[in-house]
Design a protein around this ligand. Structure first.
Ligand SMILES: [Zn+2]
Length: 236
């Protein structure tokens, strides 16, 4: 696909929400989504900057591997990014997301932030005064990121992309320590910490089970196994 604009990503994400029966502006509960759509998801420790991998079998079974070392907020983003590969990528081949920077990787990122942070839903949480002044308070930032369960950086980039904050305010807000600020405002900080290590949702037959049981295999080995799964497309 060609490089998407923010507006195009919003349209794709909006249509996707309606196709899967989600309200236009509500937060997405990722684990409910995984179960409802019979996706097989595994959470395993991967190296820094490796966020996830996904693939789809010929019969349409979907598999996603998420780095449990990344924060829960980042894991939600990774899952939404993988949904782009699974539903929109014309030539999906298993690859480690986060390591390479291609047009499809950028599109997947834009789609993920549109899907996780629907414009109208975000607007609804910001006061008219903040919208008109293009400046929002830290309290509002925290409320939105907690409501939509996204990382601070995902939210701030989205706010900049949809014209809510200026480049200057983006920099100001980026300089505030995330976990400390959440604690100060009385929020639970699990969103900003890693988690879900070892979690397995769904059933994708024997090969996924091999992945699941091989706790210490390398990322290269994951890739090999995923390629085996996608190769079955030819055999089936
Ligand atoms: Zn990707």
């Amino acid at each position: 696909m060609k490089k998407l604009t923010v507006q195009e990503a919003d349209i794709l994400a909006g249509k996707f929400r309606s196709q899967i029966g989600l309200n236009p502006n509500d937060p997405i509960n990722i684990k409910t989504f995984i179960r409802k759509h019979q996706i097989t998801a595994m959470y395993r420790p991967l190296s820094v900057n490796s966020y996830g991998i996904s693939c789809k079998s010929n019969s349409g079974k979907m598999f996603v591997l998420i780095n449990s070392n990344s924060t829960r907020g980042r894991q939600h983003f990774t899952f939404a990014h993988e949904l782009y590969h699974l539903y929109f990528d014309k030539k999906p081949t298993p690859h480690m997301c986060g390591v390479v920077s291609t047009v499809e990787e950028k599109n997947a990122d834009l789609f993920a932030s549109s899907l996780l942070l629907p414009k109208e839903g975000v607007y609804a949480m910001i006061s008219n005064e903040e919208i008109l002044n293009h400046k929002i308070s830290l309290a509002t930032v925290l409320r939105i990121e907690q409501m939509f369960q996204v990382s601070r950086s995902t939210l701030l980039i989205r706010l900049k992309n949809i014209g809510i904050i200026s480049e200057t305010q983006l920099k100001e807000l980026q300089s505030i320590p995330v976990k400390e600020s959440a604690k100060e405002y009385g929020y639970d900080t699990s969103l900003y910490r890693s988690g879900n290590e070892g979690l397995f949702i769904g059933d994708f037959g024997e090969k996924a089970r091999i992945l699941f049981e091989s706790e210490r295999i390398s990322e290269g080995h994951y890739m090999e196994l995923l390629n085996m799964i996608s190769d079955e497309r030819e055999e089936n």
